[in-house]
Write a protein that binds this ligand. Structure first.
Ligand SMILES: O=C(O)CCC(=O)C(=O)O
Length: 258
């Protein structure tokens, strides 16, 4: 199995995302996806914003995350509308990283169009900025809106991809670890009370450590496979901008949300 593909942003027209959907590749890293100076400006700007938190306050973020609102749909859409204004301010005067992800994904899946997910007049959250401080980690988990987002219209997608733009790296830790194991319903007995799954479920599945990532790189994975982020050890927070892409194969349509 070929686990990793690394391409430069200038090569995306010649690279398909189909290998992630099929499970042939675990991860595609697009180097030099976004301007480093813009990443620095985003980092400076977000210091001004009050962040929400999840995982018992351990992970700070801007923008709501559907997986944390599986039973509070009204609040999710309300917060999503509010966060649109915040993102507008954060990216003001810059090439929007969100639109750049849309454009990139549509070029890597020719024939598909990408648009923000919505239900009638309610727009889903466009993205989530995660600020991972020293000592934090993201436990073993998968992201599968077809199972966890049953109250939402987009739970009927055929495939899901996760796109993460790296805005700032920490000095240590914060590495993405991927497992050659796709979620199945029986795994739910390994679920942790707050978030994620026990490492016991991984058994002897092979693990793959993502290469070191630079500021401005975009990482795309198939989030139906288990993954985690190792504990951050440096003083500089790891900052990312994440969103999901949901594919409707028959309609050749992709919807984006966080
Ligand atoms: O921050 C990361 O590298 C991964 C985030 C994540 O868990 C995901 O994309 O599903």
């Amino acid at each position: 199995m070929q686990t990793l593909k690394i391409v430069d942003y200038s090569q995306i027209n010649n690279t398909s995302l189909k290998c992630l959907i099929s499970g042939e590749n675990f991860i595609i890293v697009i180097r030099n996806f976004y301007n480093k100076k813009n990443c620095q400006d985003i980092t400076d700007r977000i210091k001004k914003y009050n962040c929400d938190s999840f995982q018992n306050g351990k992970l700070r973020h801007i923008g709501p995350f559907l997986m944390a609102h599986t039973t509070s749909k009204k609040k999710y859409f309300k917060d999503a509308a509010k966060s649109q204004k915040t993102f507008k301010k954060i990216f003001c005067g810059m090439d929007s990283p969100i639109l750049r992800v849309y454009d990139t994904v549509s070029r890597m899946l020719p024939g598909y169009s990408v648009s923000p997910a919505h239900e009638d007049n309610n727009y889903y959250s466009q993205a989530i900025i995660r600020i991972h401080e020293k000592g934090t980690a993201i436990p073993l988990h998968k992201d599968n809106v077809t199972y966890e987002g049953k109250d939402y219209l987009l739970s009927n997608i055929d495939h899901q991809l996760s796109c993460v733009l790296h805005i700032q790296e920490s000095e240590g830790g914060g590495r993405l670890l991927l497992y050659d194991r796709k979620w199945k319903k029986d795994d739910e007995c390994f679920r942790n009370i707050d978030f994620g799954y026990s490492l016991d479920l991984i058994g002897d599945s092979s693990a793959y450590m993502a290469p070191s990532i630079n500021t401005g790189d975009l990482v795309i994975i198939n989030p139906f496979y288990y993954h985690l982020v190792t504990r951050i050890t440096g003083d500089t927070p790891r900052i990312t901008l994440g969103m999901f892409m949901g594919l409707y194969v028959q309609d050749r349509k992709i919807v984006a949300w966080a």
